[in-house]
Design a protein around this ligand. Structure first.
Ligand code: NAD
Ligand code: FES
Length: 273
């Protein structure tokens, strides 16, 4: 059992939960994730470790309540317990000193981006972050990122905060300006966003890393649920990723597989009723 230390809402249906998990807090590296199960028999949910405090023995998870499994997790109040938190899983981010890096976070994907951006800044990179959401309340971790980024640029689709439009609008301006162009781009968010970022950076030859979140079941490379095609080769996001070269990812296949599983989830839920 894992005790919930705090649980706060940071955006509509998005919770930041601090959980006691001493061993994971000590062992985890940026980019790694855990698989969480609220109760015996519940769905297993992969969640990136947004932050950790090794001394306090806690990890921070940022969770968007999108289905029954995630809704059960976010309903656990401070003082309550979660049945299973397994990890750390996945490969850690390969952190290099590139010089100038742009990190791009779409919506709740910003939670996954946060530990990567922090590790890149700690490695001596000048980190500019672009984060976007549908409107102001959906933009998360702006102040937290500002603590170590050179700049945090915000976009909203309705123009309620920052530049009106998508994160890719601002990235396009930066890439077009040779004096601001980064050596590497890290992008985390919805699949169409990561595909769009990879298409933008390709003509400039800018290294582009994306973090993928396909459906996961076991998280150990056994079930094949998280299969993705990268550079024509089959990879499993849980053990080979979750980060991959964005220019090599077959985003079309990834989007198709995600939609296929959505349909099966609905069928299972209906069958259970
Ligand atoms: P959203 O759909 O509201 O999009 C957030 C922002 O991403 C938009 O405001 C825009 O700036 C950008 N964006 C979206 N589509 C784009 C496109 N086609 N081109 C360019 N930019 C685009 O996101 P949300 O509802 O907050 O997040 C949910 C999505 O994020 C889900 O699809 C989920 O699978 C994904 N997600 C991914 C990860 C990951 O590790 N890759 C982690 C968490 C969530
Ligand atoms: Fe089963 Fe990756 S989650 S192989």
């Amino acid at each position: 059992m894992f005790k919930v230390v705090s649980n706060e809402v940071i955006a509509p249906q998005v919770h930041r939960m601090v959980i006691e998990a001493k061993r994971i807090a000590v062992a985890r590296r940026p980019g790694q994730f855990v698989i969480v199960r609220h109760c015996e028999g519940d769905e297993r949910i992969p969640l990136t470790i947004a932050d950790a405090d090794a001394e306090a023995g806690t990890i921070t998870l940022i969770i968007q309540a999108v289905g029954e499994g995630t809704a059960d997790i976010v309903q656990t109040p401070a003082g309550g317990v979660i049945r299973d938190v397994a990890g750390p899983l996945g490969r850690e981010t390969e952190v290099e000193n590139f010089g100038r890096v742009v990190c791009v976070g779409g919506g709740v994907g910003t939670a996954v981006l946060f530990p990567l951006a922090k590790a890149l800044a700690q490695a001596g990179n000048e980190v500019v972050t672009i984060i976007g959401g549908r409107s102001e309340p959906f933009v998360i971790l702006r102040n937290e990122l500002a603590a170590f980024c050179k700049d945090v640029l915000v976009t909203t689709e309705d123009g309620s905060l920052g530049v009106k439009g998508f994160v890719t609008n601002v990235l396009g301006e930066i890439l077009a300006d040779e004096s601001r162009r980064p050596a590497a781009v890290y992008a985390v968010g919805p699949v169409p966003m990561m595909a769009a970022v990879a298409n933008q950076t390709r003509p400039f030859g800018v290294k582009t890393i994306v973090s993928l979140n396909p459906i996961m079941v076991d998280g150990t490379g056994m079930c094949g649920g998280c299969r993705v095609t990268v550079g024509g080769n089959i990879k499993f996001a849980c053990v080979d990723g979750p980060e991959f070269d964005g220019h090599q990812v077959d985003f079309k296949e990834l989007a198709t597989r995600q939609n296929t599983y959505k349909e099966h989830t609905c069928r299972c839920k209906n069958a259970a009723k």
